[in-house]
Write a protein that binds this ligand. Structure first.
Ligand code: UD1
Ligand code: UDP
Length: 375
């Protein structure tokens, strides 16, 4: 029996790891242990509840307005005991959060093999996104298994010198999660309100955007919304108090936007799927929206997800007020430009990534995801 421990701590990691927990629990030769750091608290608990995952360990480290030092030190100090008690054969981490990086570091110190889910994403700009680019590059250094979502991610890992026999193209587990969430009969009071116009879905939280870049993003969006009363914007505001303050100050008194509490993952996917367009700096939304043919304006200077840009559904607009204003306005006013972006593609997976990862861990024959055959 192989003991596989999954460690995660934030909302997006939970969305992408819970389907894998459920898949691993089905496998007879694997004992599955779940440890959450609770780098996020409420936003993590909502996803755990949605998927019915109950952690075996909860490090409960979240503090209000935590710094990178807080997160790093608190996880490193508390995970050691868990790893020493459980002695897992392999530890799985996901993506590029501090939870994932610090867990990989702790495993390295204890010489426990690490499996990296969603490996090989890069901007090669160490400050963008910050600190995520550093985190994922560092995790790759210690990973025994790299589960790359796409062929491009695999190629980057190989170019960096990772051994081919340690890199597996699986697709992204977020596509597996999406198979469980979107329902025809979904309703929500804010969706009913928004459906009377064009639903514009907004999220924002990146550390490097806090402060003036985020204010510029929101000012541009507000201007367009005021000029286009047919738009009805819904913005589930991240729980970071800094984000909340800026959102309330910049959108206060704007009639056609609703600032709401974070949505459950089921609600969020159902809103996304029904949106006219999405404005975001989120990583996950860049992977989810293309599948529903929803154009995304990515309010960041870099993206580690060029597959969606290449497919035409994502456009990188940075954080400059004028650029966001123009791109948003164009999508509302130019039907041809809109149609050019609004086609459903799924460059990130076929919904079977978790099965492939479980097969690798069980030592079964591995069949990589081939988007040309199965996408
Ligand atoms: C973290 C990740 C980021 C990921 C994002 C997903 C790091 C350094 N950052 O950023 O990669 O994209 O999660 O959302 O790993 N808060 C609550 N309740 C919650 C969650 C957060 O109150 O359930 C508040 C707390 O005051 C907390 C703050 O938000 O201190 C920021 O949380 P933190 O995890 O440090 O940063 P994120 O911006 O969420
Ligand atoms: N999400 C959610 N509720 C919300 C906003 C986002 O469930 O109110 C989900 C979203 O569908 C995606 C994930 O959270 O799966 C993205 O999280 P976030 O944008 O916080 O982090 P990132 O992906 O940028 O790391």
């Amino acid at each position: 029996m192989k003991k596989v421990m999954l460690v995660f701590g934030t909302r997006p990691e939970a969305v992408k790891m819970c389907p894998l927990v459920l898949e691993l629990k089905k496998r007879a030769s694997i004992e599955t242990v779940v440890c959450v750091t609770a780098q996020h608290r409420e936003m993590l608990d909502g996803v755990l509840a949605a998927f019915g995952v109950v952690p075996d360990w909860d490090l409960d480290i979240m503090k209000d307005r935590q710094t990178l030092f807080d997160i790093t030190v608190n996880i490193l100090n508390s995970i050691r005991e868990v790893l020493e008690k459980e002695r897992p054969d392999v530890v799985l981490v996901q993506g590029d959060t501090s939870t994932a990086f610090v867990t990989a570091l702790a495993c390295f110190y204890l010489q426990i093999p690490v499996g990296h889910v969603e490996a090989g994403l890069r901007t090669y700009d160490i400050y963008s996104p910050y600190p995520e680019e550093f985190n994922r590059e560092a995790i790759s250094l210690v990973a025994r298994y790299s589960f790359a979502p796409t062929a491009l991610a695999r190629d980057r890992l190989l170019a960096e010198g990772r051994k081919p026999e340690t890199v597996y193209v699986t697709g992204n587990t977020v596509i597996d999660a999406m198979r469980r969430t979107v329902r025809e009969d979904f309703t929500h009071p804010d969706l009913e309100w928004a459906k009377q116009g064009k639903l514009i879905f907004i999220t924002a939280h990146r550390r490097e955007n806090l402060g003036e870049p985020m204010r510029r993003m929101f000012r541009a969006i507000r201007k367009v919304l005021e000029e286009h009363p047919e738009c009805r914007a819904v913005y589930p505001v991240h729980m970071n108090p800094e984000v909340r303050k800026i959102a309330e100050e910049e959108f206060g008194g704007c009639a056609n936007i609703r600032l709401i509490e974070p949505l459950s993952v089921f609600e969020c996917h159902n809103f996304e799927a029904r949106s006219f367009l999405c404005l975001t700096d989120s990583g996950g939304l860049q992977e989810e929206c293309p599948g529903w043919g929803v154009p995304v304006l990515v309010m960041r200077d870099t993206t580690e997800r060029p597959e969606g840009v290449e497919a035409g559904t994502l456009r990188l607009v940075g954080t400059d007020e004028k650029t966001i204003y123009r791109a948003f306005t164009e999508l509302l006013e130019d039907e041809e430009v809109y149609a050019g972006m609004a086609h459903a593609v799924n460059p990130y997976g076929d919904g079977h990534a978790c099965e492939r990862i479980a097969d690798v861990l069980e030592g079964k024959p591995f069949v990589p995801w081939d988007p040309d055959e199965r996408g």
